[in-house]
Design a protein around this ligand. Structure first.
Ligand SMILES: [Zn+2]
Ligand SMILES: [Zn+2]
Length: 278
C-alpha cells in the first residue's frame, strides 16, 4: 500500500482542484494522501470532508511553509495540523502579505521599465484566487506584460540569481517549525537533498537549528532525490532521531506532463510511524 504526502492544489500553485486530487488518488489506489499547499490550509476542509464521505482515501491535514534561511529557500512541511490554529493563520497572514507586496513591487518595476500593465493584470490577487500570487502566477503575468517567455520571466524576476529579482519577505524555518508544533503537527524539512549535496555543513546546521525548534522529520522520498540521496537523508534521519516523510510534490498535470501523484512509491508504514509520534 502506497501513500503520497506531498501534493499541491489550486489553493496554492497546483492546477488541480481538491476534488480532482482526491478522486485521482482513489483511482490510482493510494491509501492516504496529504495536501500540502504553500502557506495555506484553505483546501483542507473540503479535502477532509471528501475523504470522510466519498472516497476510501485517508487524508492527512498538511501544509508546506516557504521560508528563507541564510539566503536560501527552505520549505517546511507540516502534518496532522489543526487547520484552525491561530499560530498558523498568523504566520500565513504574514506570508500572504509578503506575496502581495512582492507582486506589487514587480508590477511597479515593470511600469518603471516602460511596460504597460493591462487592466486585467493590475491586481494579481484576482489572477491567483483562491491562492495568493506565487511564482507560477507571477511568471505568467510577467510574460504576458513583457513578451518574454515564461521561463525567461521566471529566471529574470523571480529567481534569487536573476538581475531583476524582487525579494519576498519570508518567515524563518524555525518560525515555521514552531507554528506547526503549536498547531499540534509534525514538522518535516522538504526536499533538502540538493542542499545536502551542495553543502553538507549547511544541511547539518539547518537540521540542528530546526531540531531545536521542534523538527520531527525529514522528507526522504521526493523526485529531486535519487537513490543515493535518499540513503544519505535516511542516514541523517537515523543520526538525528527523525522520522521520514515522502511524496511526489505533484502540482497536477501540465502541458504534456501527466500527474506525478503516487510516483514516489512511499510505503504506508511511514505514515503509521508519523501518526504514532503525534
Ligand atoms: Zn517545496
Ligand atoms: Zn511542494
Amino acid at each position: 500500500m502506497y501513500i503520497d504526502l506531498h501534493l499541491h492544489s489550486k489553493h496554492s500553485d497546483g492546477n488541480w482542484t481538491v476534488g480532482q486530487i482526491v478522486s485521482h488518488a482513489a483511482q490510482i489506489g493510494l491509501s492516504a494522501i496529504a495536501i500540502t499547499d504553500h502557506d495555506s490550509v484553505s483546501g483542507l476542509p473540503e479535502a477532509i470532508e471528501l475523504c470522510a464521505t466519498a472516497y476510501d482515501v485517508e487524508l492527512v491535514a498538511g501544509v508546506e511553509i516557504n521560508t528563507v534561511w541564510s539566503n536560501r529557500d527552505v520549505h517546511v512541511l507540516g502534518y496532522f495540523i489543526d487547520n484552525k490554529s491561530d499560530a498558523l493563520s498568523d504566520l500565513f497572514a504574514r506570508q500572504v502579505g509578503a506575496r502581495h507586496a512582492q507582486a506589487a513591487q514587480i508590477l511597479h518595476r515593470l511600469e518603471v521599465q516602460g511596460y504597460r500593465i493591462p487592466d486585467h493584470l493590475a491586481d494579481l490577487s484576482l489572477l491567483s484566487y483562491p491562492a495568493a500570487p506565487g511564482k507560477v502566477h507571477m511568471a505568467n503575468a510577467i510574460s504576458a506584460i513583457t513578451g518574454l517567455d515564461v521561463m525567461q520571466a521566471y529566471h529574470l524576476y523571480l529567481k534569487r540569481s536573476g538581475s531583476q529579482y524582487v525579494e519576498r519577505a519570508s518567515v524563518s524555518p524555525l518560525e515555521a517549525v514552531q507554528a506547526i508544533r503549536m498547531a499540534g503537527g509534525i514538522a518535516s524539512i522538504a526536499h533538502s537533498g540538493p542542499l545536502l549535496q551542495e553543502s553538507p555543513a549547511d544541511f547539518d546546521e539547518l537540521l540542528q537549528a530546526t531540531i531545536k525548534a521542534g523538527l520531527r522529520a525529514i522528507e526522504v522520498f521526493h523526485p529531486q532525490h535519487d537513490e543515493a540521496l535518499r540513503r544519505s537523508l535516511r542516514d541523517a534521519a537515523r543520526q538525528y532521531g527523525l522520522l521520514e516523510t515522502g511524496g511526489s510534490d505533484c502540482h497536477g498535470p501540465y502541458g504534456d506532463h501527466p500527474s506525478m501523484m503516487g510516483t514516489q512509491r512511499v510505503p504506508r508504514d511511514l505514515l503509521e510511524k508519523l501518526a504514532s509520534a503525534i
